[in-house]
Structures are given as structure tokens and as C-alpha cells.
Design a binder for this molecule. Structure first.
Ligand code: ADP
Length: 292
């Protein structure tokens, strides 16, 4: 299932003094099974863009083609699109409201009109997918959970609709480092094991460098750069001009390379950085032993 965005422009409050062009002729193709990250500073148009992908916003002009269907055409059933494209908003736990976790996750499938048995299967599966034990948590109130766990419940509520594409808007915002790691690992699992197409909106170059196969950088409503992390992170000047940067560890490796150390400058994660630094120490040790 692919998503094709063609010449998408979105203007908020047109023909008023508050008119704002939030998206300006965006073209993007998202393949089935991809893991892409959408990155850009606040106000660059990320949220506006993702809300078009399941029909929450209508384009001022342009098309969105989901699975060969132009969802901007009249007569398209948006409920069908929303079954395929799930959107997890920022701070989704604010939308939890039921008295138990099971009821909360069952809310979406119930609205789809599914039978009790199918709803139960989906709730169990969604909880397993986000790493929450069904028997342990089904009767617990979502409000008794930690921030990270609440967010997992909210994500499970969207997953229970069984979308093929999952869009997450800043899913790690406001979580502590452990909560962030857990959620990111869970998202990676949804992609690797359950083959979901993931569109991750993020501010964090570290997170996207670690996870995404392709990064799309937004600036002033346009796609400023896109490509594999290693290629996007080479464009340090452009990224800094638009108020972004590269992961801290990438800066470190580049500086070491500039100073003559034999390290790769295509490093985006602390893990890779560790490997590169160990290489220096091992080589250093070997050459010291050779000298003796
Ligand atoms: P991001 O998600 O990258 O922070 P948004 O898509 O939220 O960017 O915003 C893009 C631009 O559109 C910003 O200038 C923002 O102020 C404006 N905008 C967003 N939502 C609305 C709205 N509901 N009404 C008017 N302007 C909006």
C-alpha cells in the first residue's frame, strides 16, 4: 500500500487577514513498508501534512493517492481510508477516557462495527504489539499507568484498527529517557516484525538517524531535503540554515576525522560512535605494541 502526494498545497483561513500557506506544492511518494521520518522545526508544516494522509484536512489544491484511490475526490469514504492509515497525535494519552485499558483500546474497533469476538482478538493483538500483557493490564485504569505506558495504550488504540500505515506525531515528546527508548523500540518492532509502514514525525535527529530508512526534511511548507539518513546528514550547512542540525555524535566524529583520526563521518548513533572510538583505541594499542 503506497501513498502518493501530488502538488499538495494547504492554506489555512484563505482570503482572511490570517491566511497562512502551511504547505506549498509538496510532492512525496511513500512506499509500502517504508519507515520514513518527517523532520523540521515548529511551523514547517509537518502536522498539516500528516493530517492530509487520512483525510482529516482537505487540500487547497493537489491530490493524495492512497492505494490507487484519490482520497481528495468527492464520494470517497474517509472511514475506509482511516482503517488503512492510523494517526497517533501528539500526547495521545490525553485522549484516553475509558475506565479500563481494554475498553479504551476496544473503542476504535467497536466503532468499526466489529463483533465482540473480533474486537477481543484485536485488543489482545494490539496490546501484545505494544508490549502490554493482556491479563495483567486489561482491567487496569489507563490513568494509573506511567506516562510511557499510557502512551502505549493510546498507540494500541490506533493499532487495534489494524491500519497498514501508522503515522506518529512526536511520539516521544515529554517522556523521560527510558520512556523514549521504550516507545522507539516498540515502533521499530511494529515496522520490523509487523511490517507496518511507519511515518514518524520528530524533532530529534538522534531518533530519526537511528530508525528511519528515509528522512524528509520540511521547511516553510516545502520538502527541503530527502534521502537516506547518511545522505541527508551530509547536508550540514542546509540543515543548520533551516534551524536543524545533525546528531551530536555525528558532529563529534566529523571533528575527530578533521583532526586526523581514522573514523567514519557517517555515524548517527551513539552505538556506532562507540564502535568507531573503540577502533581508534585498538589501532592505537596495536601501534604502541608494534613500536615496543
Ligand atoms: P509543524 O507540525 O511542523 O509544527 P504545522 O503544520 O502545525 O507545523 O503548522 C504549519 C503552519 O501552519 C504554521 O505557520 C502554523 O502556525 C500554521 N497553522 C497550523 N495549524 C493552523 C490552524 N489550525 N489555523 C491556522 N494556521 C495554522
Amino acid at each position: 500500500m503506497s501513498i502518493k502526494i501530488e502538488n499538495l498545497t494547504h492554506i489555512y483561513m484563505p482570503k482572511t487577514p490570517f491566511e497562512k500557506k502551511a504547505l506549498d506544492d509538496v510532492n512525496l511518494y511513500i512506499e509500502d513498508g517504508e519507515f520514513i521520518a518527517l523532520i523540521g522545526h515548529t511551523g514547517s508544516g509537518k502536522s498539516t501534512l500528516i493530517q492530509h494522509l487520512n483525510g482529516l484536512l482537505e487540500p487547497s489544491s493537489g491530490k493524495i493517492i492512497v492505494d490507487d484511490i484519490d482520497i481528495t475526490e468527492k464520494g470517497v469514504k474517509l472511514s475506509d481510508i482511516r482503517k488503512k492509515v492510523g494517526l497517533v497525535f501528539q500526547y495521545p494519552e490525553y485522549q484516553l477516557f475509558e475506565e479500563t485499558i481494554e475498553k479504551d483500546i476496544a473503542f476504535g474497533p467497536t466503532n468499526l462495527g466489529l463483533g465482540q469476538e473480533e474486537i477481543l482478538v484485536r485488543v489482545k493483538r494490539a496490546m501484545e504489539m505494544v508490549g502490554l500483557d493482556y491479563d495483567k493490564y486489561k482491567d487496569v485504569s489507563p490513568f494509573e499507568l506511567s506516562g510511557g505506558q499510557k502512551r502505549r495504550v493510546a498507540i494500541a488504540g490506533v493499532i487495534a484498527m489494524e491500519p497498514k500505515v501508522l503515522i506518529l506525531d512526536e511520539p516521544t515528546a515529554g517522556l523521560d529517557p527510558k520512556g523514549r527508548e521504550d516507545i522507539l523500540a516498540q515502533i521499530k518492532k511494529l515496522h520490523d516484525e509487523y511490517k507496518m509502514t511507519i511515518i514518524l514525525v520528530s524533532h530529534s535527529m538522534e531518533d530519526v538517524g537511528k530508525l528511519a530508512k528515509r528522512i524528509v526534511v520540511m521547511n516553510h511548507g516545502k520538502v527541503a531535503l530527502q534521502g537516506e539518513p547518511k545522505d541527508v546528514f551530509k547536508e550540514i550547512d542546509t540543515l543548520e540554515e533551516i534551524g536543524l542540525g545533525v546528531p551530536q555524535v555525528t558532529y563529534l566524529m566529523r571533528e575527530l576525522k578533521r583532526r586526523g583520526f581514522n573514523v567514519s563521518d557517517e555515524v548517527f548513533t551513539v552505538e556506532q560512535g562507540k564502535e568507531e572510538l573503540l577502533k581508534i583505541f585498538v589501532n592505537d594499542k596495536k601501534s604502541n605494541m608494534g613500536e615496543k
